[in-house]
Design a protein around this ligand. Sequence first.
Ligand code: DAH
Length: 330
Amino acid sequence: MLSDLEQQLADLKQAAVEAIAACEDLQKLEELRIAYLGKKGQLPKVLGGMGKLDPSDRPRIGAVANEVKSAISTALDDTKSALQHAQIQAKLEAETLDVTMPGVYRPQGRTHPLNSTFDRAIDIFVGLGYTVAAGPEMETDYYNFEALNTPPDHPARDMQDTFYLPDGNLLRTHTSSVQIRYMEKNDPPIRIVAPGRCYRRDTVDATHAAVFHQMELLAVDEGLTFTDLKGTVKEFLTQMFGEVDIRFRASYFPFTEPSAEVDVQWNGKWLEVLGCGMVDPNVLKAVGYDPEVYTGFAAGFGIERFAMVLHQIDDIRRFYSSDLRFLRQF
Ligand code: DAH
């Protein structure tokens, strides 16, 4: 016959082992441990009755109590390690990193050949002490023509027909307009380059586009001469192209006197890449400079043509067609 106490211990053991096996949470498992084995837990409570036992029964009951305690401890340990294992497993699954998976493809962009040509030209001029200036693509007749010594009836306007806006403004035909805008706001000495987009009503062919890019060069100071212009242009072209054949040709622009054009060898022929000259005294007067004190030289380069010579490109239209087979080569 089991004593009362033995029955209580057996019941406690069964209840405890079942509750522990059913536990699914480490926090609750710790609560169960305290509830059964803790100082004020159920096992110590049952054992509190040991004092009333007949001394001859004590060793037997004590042994049962130990067995119950170790059964509960084992159940706690087993469940604890099972729960911990499950927790790690869940974490591993949630945070899986498969290093053999293909990466996320991000297409790598490149600098468009026109922009890299701009960058290269700007680098050279910055090295020569120039700074970069900018002006609007939509211009007034004054900045694009008149202040550049090109009044409304001037025949040179024929070569620079452009897109006129209803309000009388126009899309600039060259970056030379930036010369005027910059000189109006600054005093000599001036050394600037002005990169930008230009527009002309031109018939498009292998070397002409209706929208194209130029870089303007302007230096104004006391005592500047044609020699300074020639030296600067030569230095620039040499840094740009290395040992390429170039030639200066006498030319005409309303805003320079004297004027010249410079050609570079391309596809076995001469390709005009820039116009230049000594700033016309009328242009200096238009911005309030005294032409008796100051002289200046200026030039305008076609960026497309520079890029065509640099990369041996056969047709200007390739720059604008967004053909990746072309663009990926740069
Ligand atoms: N603006 C001229 C053009 O687009 C190029 C040019 C020639 C610019 C002579 C200049 C210059 O600054 O001095 O055809």
